[in-house]
Design a protein around this ligand. Structure first.
Ligand code: PAF
Length: 284
């Protein structure tokens, strides 16, 4: 596996692959890789001849007081994991390489109808930071396909939306959520949890499943179901952020006529803010 930290070197490396008409798949990450990330690499290898992963902790998507400085950086271990999983190229730029001169991006990519909701309401500016860095990375790597985990479902929709709106020739693929045996969605931020909190954290998925069962059994009182889940989460030690039943395509609150639903949740536990979701289709 080649590790490259400069945009120009990466471009020259990929130029040859493009001349040979190789299909390039891209897996952007912020590092601290777990099995969920590595499953994205597996999926990328199924899709393409050449797999490029990136590790870049993007300052633009962290708000003031968030964990940018403390975000776990485990570069050597990440490099080994990517190599042993068969990744071909690791792009690992510095902040200066990605945001030269001022360290901030003067041009930003904003997806207004999706970026103010849910995680966007709790983390103002977050999705503009994500959309901006991902579109820069798309411009640098120029992949045919890019793979994102569906745990960050709102992020996935934001990326699909700007890719489509800006006519970028990249196929966006969502990969299933990787879970621990307890059901807890794998996340780099799970590392902030103590052993006791890790047990408590599994309740987030249990509440989502309980809510899905209620919806599948025909319950339509969405607000009541969500409030019940929030109270259950609080009773096991979470602090609430949101728990909502939404439409899958635009994350607007679902109505009783909607059939393609996603139950989305975010809650604080100890030092971590955890997110998770379940998608479901109801038969009308
Ligand atoms: O999901 C992530 O790890 C990040 O938001 C991403 C897509 C790599 C952009 O920094």
């Amino acid at each position: 596996m080649q590790t490259i930290d400069s945009i120009s070197q990466l471009r020259s490396y990929l130029w040859k692959a493009k001349l040979e008409h190789k299909v390039i798949a891209f897996v952007p990450t912020m590092g601290n890789l777990h099995e969920g990330h590595l499953q994205l690499i597996d999926r990328a290898l199924e899709e393409a001849d050449l797999v490029v992963a990136s590790i870049f902790v993007n300052p633009l998507q962290f708000g003031p007081g968030e964990d940018f400085n403390g975000y776990p950086r485990t570069f050597i271990a990440d490099q080994e994991k990517l190599m042993s999983r068969g990744c071909h190229v690791l792009f690992a730029p510095s902040v200066e390489e990605m945001y030269p001169a001022t360290n901030i991006s003067s041009t930003v990519v904003k997806v207004p109808h999706l970026d103010q909701l849910l995680c966007g309401a709790s983390r103002p500016g977050h999705f503009t930071g994500v959309a901006t860095v991902v579109s820069k990375l798309f411009g640098i790597v120029q992949p045919d396909v890019a793979i994102f985990g569906l745990k960050d479902f709102q992020q996935f929709l934001v990326i699909k939306q700007f890719t489509n709106d800006l006519c970028l020739p990249v196929k966006i693929i969502g990969a299933p959520i990787a879970r621990a045996e307890s059901g807890l969605a794998l996340s780099s931020r799970n590392g902030y949890l103590s052993a006791i909190e890790l047990d408590q954290a599994a309740h987030l998925y249990r509440c989502l499943i309980e809510c899905r069962l209620a919806l599948e059994s025909g319950q339509k009182t969405f607000d009541k179901l969500a409030e019940h889940a929030q109270c259950q989460l609080e009773s096991v030690g979470f602090t609430r952020d949101y728990f909502k039943i939404c439409r899958q395509d635009d994350l607007q609150p679902a109505t009783s006529d909607d059939t393609h639903l996603v139950i989305v949740a975010a809650a604080y536990l100890g030092k971590a803010r955890l997110i998770d979701n379940i998608r479901l289709t109801l038969t009308p």
